[in-house]
Structures are given as C-alpha cells and as structure tokens.
Design a protein around this ligand. Structure first.
Ligand code: ZN
Length: 148
C-alpha cells in the first residue's frame, strides 16, 4: 500500500459516493476541503463538460469554492470526480488535465458497480511510468487523528 494517505471523515466518504450516484450518468465533480490533514467537507461543483463521461469545473465556480473554503479556515485537500462505468483509476485525459501535481485527485467509481474511493497524485509532465501515484485513502473520524 502507498504510504502517503488522504484522510476523509466518514461523512465525506458518504457524500462523495452519494454525489456520484446522484449525478450519474454524468460525472460528478467538486472539491474536498479540510484542516489539519483531515478532509471534512465536500463542495459540490457543477459539471460543465460537454459530455457525460468527462468533467470540467468553470473557473469562476472554482474561484468561488476556493474562496468559501478559505473563509471557513480550511484548505483545498483534493479535487474529485466520478467515473460512472470505468474503474476508479485516472484516464489519460485525467492525467493530461492535472495542472496541479501536488493536489490529490479523488476518483469515485465505478458508480454502476462496486464503488471505490481512490486518490492519486497526477503529474502529466513526469515520464510515462511516473505520472500516476496512488495515495492511501483512510476513512475515519477526525477525532481519531493525532492531535497537536
Ligand atoms: Zn476521470
């Protein structure tokens, strides 16, 4: 298993799966926010892609969501989207569109199957075998995280 982990509260995990199911057959997308290394909030975005099996978040909405997250004293911890029929693994297009290599990408899928939540660091500029690095997804209560 990969060592680096993305920590999600159970509520976030549930919200991601529910949003993905609600949007099907379109892909769902949005941002996951949190503080102190635990993702505790999901910000749904409108998928403005021209096809159901792609996703895009309008720049204006991204800026609004990021501002709301900052106002709440949180950080953007991941971008997420769903795969309706494909497994929770980045498509070549997902990699090509990842312009923030250090921001984890969460993929929820397949919605019409055994839905998993997986997270990746994507780097389109890396050599082909280094473009996708999976992160461990740890689902647990924030109170279970180590306290400072
Ligand atoms: Zn995708």
């Amino acid at each position: 298993m990969p060592e680096a982990a993305l920590r999600l509260t159970p509520g976030v995990a549930r919200a991601l799966v529910e949003h993905a199911a609600r949007c099907a057959p379109r892909e769902a997308c949005g941002l996951v926010a949190g503080a102190c290394g635990v993702a505790s909030a999901v910000h749904f975005a409108t998928n403005v892609a021209d096809r159901d099996d792609r996703y895009a978040i309008a720049t204006g909405e991204q800026m609004r969501l990021r501002a709301a997250i900052a106002r709440a004293g949180m950080d953007v911890m991941a971008v997420y989207h769903s795969h309706v029929d494909a497994p929770a693994w980045p498509s070549p297009r997902d990699v090509a569109l990842s312009f923030v290599p250090r921001l984890p990408h969460v993929i929820v899928g397949p919605v019409r199957g055994e839905t998993q939540i997986r997270a990746f660091l994507l780097d389109a500029s890396a050599p082909p075998d280094g473009r996708i690095a999976e992160l461990r997804v740890a689902v647990g209560d924030a109170s279970a995280a180590p306290r400072a």
